[in-house]
Design a protein around this ligand. Structure first.
Ligand code: NDP
Length: 246
C-alpha cells in the first residue's frame, strides 16, 4: 500500500480512526475527512503520524454535494490522486417508526447513503484515470438483519450494499473494486451511548460473546484495500462476532 492515497471519511473517531491509523501504518498517504470535531481529528492525525504514515485533515459534511466537491478538489491538489476510498462516515438517529421524524430519516439517509454516493462519485474520476481503485463502504449488520428502532439506519446501510454491488459491476473492468463491510457491535461512541440493559441484550446475540474493537474492522478494510485483493469485488464481509452467518 506504500504511497497509495487513501481517503477515510469519518476518520476523526471510532472505526474511521482505526482504519486511518492502520492504512497509515501500511504506508498509505491518508486523507481524513471529518465533520466538526477538530480535537478528535487532530488526535487521529497524531496517531497516523506515530504509526509512520503521512496524513492531512479535511473538514466538511459528506451529506453536502458542495462540501464533497471542495474536499476532493483539495485532496487531489494535495496528493495528486485517490487510490483507496473508505466510506465510513455515519450517524444514527434512532426512533420507533411511529415516532420517527422526517428530519431523523433524512439526516441518516443523507449522511450514510447520499454521503457514500457523493464521495464515491468524486473519487471515480481519478480512479478511472489511474485504472486503479479500492472502494470500501462501511455498512452494518443492521443493514442485513434490520433492527427495531433503526428503520432509517437499516435502510441506509442496506442501501449501501446495493450501491456497492452496482459500483462493483460498473467498474470491474477498470481495475476498481468495491466491497462492503458489515460490522456488528463495535466499541465506539455510537455503541457507548446504549443503556447497560440494551448492551446486555445485544451481547446475548453475539456468538463470540463480546463487542468488537475498531481495529478488528480496520483489519478487514486493510485487506480489501490492498492491491492483492483485486479479485474480490461486490462482496459484503461481516466483522460481527458471528451475529449474521451468510
Ligand atoms: P463514530 O460516531 O465514533 O464516528 C463517526 C465519524 O464520522 C466521526 O469522525 C464524525 O465526525 C464523522 N461524521 C459523521 N457525520 C459526518 C458527516 N456528515 N460528514 C463527515 N463526517 C461525518 O462512529 P463509529 O466509528 O461507531 O462508526 C463508523 C461507521 O461504522 C458508521 O458508518 C457506522 O454506521 C458504522 N458502524 C458502526 C458500528 C458500531 O458498532 N460502532 C456497527 C456497524 C456499523 P466528527 O468526529 O467530526 O463528528
Amino acid at each position: 500500500m506504500r504511497g497509495r492515497v487513501a481517503v477515510v471519511t469519518g476518520g476523526g473517531r471510532g472505526i474511521g480512526r482505526a482504519v486511518a491509523e492502520r492504512l497509515g501504518r501500511e504506508g498509505a498517504r491518508v486523507a481524513v475527512v471529518y465533520r466538526s470535531n477538530d480535537a478528535a481529528a487532530e488526535e487521529t492525525a497524531g496517531l497516523v503520524e506515530a504509526a509512520g504514515g503521512e496524513v492531512e485533515l479535511f473538514r466538511g459534511d459528506v451529506a453536502s454535494a458542495e462540501d464533497v466537491r471542495g474536499i476532493f478538489k483539495q485532496i487531489l491538489e494535495t496528493f495528486g490522486g485517490v487510490d483507496i476510498l473508505v466510506n465510513n462516515a455515519g450517524i444514527t438517529r434512532d426512533n420507533l417508526l411511529l415516532r420517527m421524524k422526517d428530519s431523523e430519516f433524512d439526516e441518516v439517509i443523507n449522511t450514510n447513503l447520499r454521503g457514500t454516493y457523493y464521495c464515491t462519485r468524486a473519487a471515480l474520476r481519478p480512479m478511472i484515470r489511474a485504472r486503479y481503485g479500492r472502494i470500501i463502504n462501511i455498512s452494518s449488520v443492521v443493514g442485513l438483519m434490520g433492527n427495531a428502532g433503526q428503520a432509517n439506519y437499516a435502510a441506509s446501510k442496506a442501501g449501501i450494499i446495493g450501491f456497492t454491488k452496482s459500483v462493483a459491476r460498473e467498474l470491474a473492468e477498470r481495475g476498481i473494486t468495491a466491497n462492503a463491510v458489515t460490522p456488528g457491535y463495535i466499541e465506539t461512541d455510537i455503541t457507548g451511548e446504549l443503556p447497560e440493559s440494551v448492551q446486555q441484550q445485544i451481547l446475548a446475540q453475539i456468538p463470540v460473546g463480546r463487542f468488537g474493537r475498531p481495529e478488528e474492522v480496520a483489519e478487514v478494510v486493510a485487506f480489501l484495500a490492498r492491491e492483492s485483493a483485486g479479485y474480490i469485488t461486490g462482496q459484503t464481509i461481516g466483522v460481527d462476532g458471528g451475529m449474521v452467518m451468510q
